[in-house]
Design a protein around this ligand. Sequence first.
Ligand SMILES: [Zn+2]
Ligand SMILES: [Zn+2]
Length: 276
Amino acid sequence: MQRTDYHTHTPLCQHAEGTPQAFVQQALALGLTTYGVADHAPMPPEQEPYDEWRMLCSDLPRYFDWIEQARAAAGNQLQILSGLECDWLPDIAPWITELRRRHNWDYLIGSVHYIFRHKSVDDSLYAETSITDSVEEDWHLYWQAITSMVRSGLFDIVGHIDLVKIWGHIPEGDLMRFYTPALDALQESGMAVEINTAGWHKRCAEQYPTTPLLRELLQRRIPIVIDSDAHSPEHLSRGWEQAVALLRELSGTQLRQFDHPAPNNSNTILKAYGLR
Ligand SMILES: [Zn+2]
Ligand SMILES: [Zn+2]
């Protein structure tokens, strides 16, 4: 099994730390074969500063320089990919298309943080309360956004697919009513879904996606990648063994690692897991 991490951050997003050399050193120490850099993407320049947790458009040259420094430190011992974690918003598609046109990304992660009047589901303001009138409505809006993000066809990997559970606010009843439209869209998309191990260290205390949803993704033959969402070198590839163990528990002897071309850049081969 090749150990990879496609969801990692850099200090340019203003809430991560570590030099390119420190990330590469950690990647080599852990035996990673691929280290993918995917920091919080800039928003359109006319909307800047959009928030305080992403790079600015004007930071992009420094971002590429950061990645080049990582490549120089890694030599030929490690593959380093350039990506972004992009926020999905109702009116963002033209900007993502523009970002794609301007640069040759290896892959883009599509994430939903913002729902309803640009309120971010992981903001601690909502640790004790729903964003809208109810948790049910928060989830409805969140999963609608995930489904339209997948249907946009602009991204390669879904980031922390059920982030909306971060504070432990879960609606009553069978949650498949939220998941099914997203699963249907995913099956047609060619996208991979990450197991994001950072969830184990949040209040929800479980990986994204939750185990019943992960089981469904596997059954539908949707490619799974394992990502740490590291914001510092120490967290690179954190929980990788546990994630593999969980996949084995759910898949038994049928679990495979296979090459999955990124849907938007088939030159990029993602090392994915699944029942294949
Ligand atoms: Zn972040
Ligand atoms: Zn995120």
